[in-house]
Design a protein around this ligand. Structure first.
Ligand SMILES: C=C(OP(=O)(O)O)C(=O)O
Ligand SMILES: [Mg+2]
Length: 554
């Protein structure tokens, strides 16, 4: 048995056989023309469309609309006729499909906006049709018959969102990073996942592997004893957590609210039934990842109503659209940028498209009025007090009384005293805060060490934000991935954060950790972490001093 190491991004143990996500095949060089090209091309596109349509019934809402829209592209007569015309002029069938696809992609790109966004879907359809006409396996996630471990070079957020949770036991990717949105989605779906695993490309279909999502390790051909040992560890942990229920608080009773991160109606229904005190981050852009056009106020209000309904009497923090960078929305496209992570994303995009923000706020206001949830609204990517004031005015004008900002740009954290004076609450987005503090792209697995939320510099920035909120008497929560790390949760509580929002599967562990330490101990652990020289030293210092029964189940 061999153990290979990647980055663990979604906790838990998964054991099973590998199913590979196919990569695109290219048409052969100098492919000869074929007499039967026309029927083969028609058959190839038809099989792509029917394959995609067959999957619609098997997946959840967001996924279904992505698949339906892509299947429609595969039935587009001009695309099919374009390929047939090329074949009639002497191109081989796969080459003809490739040529027609590229021509349409160029046309889509030239049209810009919604069409430019659909160019990727068109490439997907073209690649599938090329594979079909060549008799090769389809690229992308295959239709899964048995539960399996999915292995891919990388998965797009939309691809991850469409996975069948009952069939995907675990995910391994060769690329990806600690807080890439694919990793976040996997954690949200409670699917154990390891990314940035160099050996992923060598894992063949059917190979038996075990993922340890906590350690970021993948065991190849694990012995039954190894699997049993890991499963027992999981069972021990489950037993320890059995009694960790109810509101979050430290051993001496200081409250730290435990909230869920969600991305849509399905997540809301699941989290609503879970032992959480509400929602600390509703990533509204996840709902519209595949929407070609801007959703109407009525459509949005209905979705938000369904999200709020399970949280009668509980808090739901809604984040307005955080579009841009790796979460492009077709209807909110401002054109290509050199550095999208530093560009017009989040609130900056709302400033350029206030129509989108106003429609969303109106819909939120309607839905809030229809349910008994305590709806709080916050903006992503706020840089300074002026932006916070601009946003707060717009939210309050829409009759939504509780307004906040995400603190995920170091400037806002350092000047939190002024920023927080404008709003009612703050929420630290440690994923972006680490990215911008360390100047390290969160999508880049190679930079994992710089992006480590235990970086003492990131903790200093978090401390500054918490102090600024404290001076204003305003609550500061955390909704980045680090809130779901039980050791880090102690540090965050010690820095003065009053709520922690995470994937629901992480809540029990964090609740257990808090319940084993007094607030004074959390303050000391935070001090130890900030005094360390490296992220590894910071974590080690906290681990060494934390309660032994917590250390035993980590
Ligand atoms: C919570 C955050 O938002 P997102 O991951 O969606 O950028 C963050 O940046 O930490
Ligand atoms: Mg963010």
């Amino acid at each position: 048995m061999t153990v290979v190491q990647g980055i663990g991004v979604s906790a838990g143990i998964a054991f099973g056989a590998v199913v590979r996500v196919g990569r695109a095949v290219r048409p052969p060089d100098n492919e000869p023309a074929a007499d039967d090209a026309e029927p083969r091309i028609r058959e190839a596109f038809e099989s792509v469309a029917s394959d995609l349509e067959a999957r619609v019934a098997l997946v959840e809402d967001t996924a279904a609309s992505i698949l339906t829209a892509t299947a429609m592209l595969a039935r587009d007569p001009s695309l099919i006729d374009g390929a047939i015309a090329r074949a009639a002029s002497g191109a081989g069938p796969a080459t003809a499909i490739d040529g027609a696809t590229r021509e349409f992609m160029d046309q889509f790109a030239a049209l810009g906006g919604y069409f430019a966004e659909r160019a990727t879907d068109l490439r997907d359809v073209g690649d599938r049709a090329i594979a079909a006409v060549m008799g090769a396996p389809a690229p992308g996630v295959p239709a899964l018959e048995e539960p399996c471990i999915l292995v891919a070079h990388d998965l797009a957020p939309a691809e991850t969102a469409t996975l069948d949770r009952t069939k995907v036991l675990g995910i391994i990717t060769e690329a990806g990073g600690r807080t890439s949105h694919t990793a976040i989605l996997a954690a949200q779906m409670a699917i154990p996942a390891v990314v940035k695993l160099p050996e992923a490309s060598e894992l063949a279909d059917g190979r038996i592997v075990m993922i340890d999502g906590d350690a970021g390790a993948v065991h190849l051909d694990p012995s039954p004893a190894t699997v049993t040992e890991h499963r027992e560890r999981g069972a021990r942990r489950a037993r320890a957590l059995e009694h960790a229920t109810g509101p979050g608080s430290t051993l001496d009773g200081k409250q730290v609210k435990l909230l869920a991160n969600i991305g849509g109606v399905d997540d809301a229904v699941a989290a609503g039934a879970a032992d959480v005190e509400g929602v600390g981050l509703f990533r509204t852009e996840f709902v519209f990842l595949s929407s070609p056009t801007a959703p109407t106020v009525d459509d949005q209000a209905e979705i938000y109503r369904q999200v709020f309904e399970p949280f009668e009497g509980r808090r739901v923090v809604v984040r307005t659209l955080d579009a841009g960078a790796d979460k492009p929305l077709a209807f909110a496209d401002l054109g290509a940028e050199e550095n999208p992570a530093l560009g017009r994303r989040g609130l900056r995009l709302s400033a350029e498209r206030p129509d989108l923000l106003d429609a969303q706020l109106e819909a939120l206001s309607v839905a809030a009025g229809q349910t008994g949830a305590d709806v709080w609204v916050m903006a992503p990517m706020v840089a300074d007090a002026q932006e916070a004031a601009w946003f707060a005015r717009r939210v309050r004008e829409n009759g939504l009384p509780t307004v906040g900002v995400m603190i995920e740009i170091p400037a806002a954290a350092l000047r939190a005293g002024h920023v927080m004076a404008e709003v009612d609450f703050g929420s630290l987005g440690t994923n972006d805060l680490a990215q911008y503090t360390m100047a390290a792209d969160r999508m880049q697995g190679e930079l994992a060490e710089l992006l480590d939320p235990w970086q003492p510099a990131v903790l200093d920035v978090v401390a500054s934000a918490a102090e600024g909120a404290g001076r204003n008497g305003k609550p500061m929560g955390v909704c980045g991935e680090s809130a779901g790390d039980p050791l880090m949760a102690l540090v965050l509580a010690g820095l003065g954060c009053s709520s922690l929002s995470m994937a629901p599967s992480r809540v029990a562990m964090v609740r257990f950790a808090l319940s084993r330490h007094t607030f004074a101990q959390c303050v000391r652990l935070a001090h130890l972490a900030r005094s360390a020289r490296t992220p590894a030293d910071a974590r080690a210092a906290v681990l060494a001093e934390c309660a032994p029964d917590l250390a035993a189940i980590l």
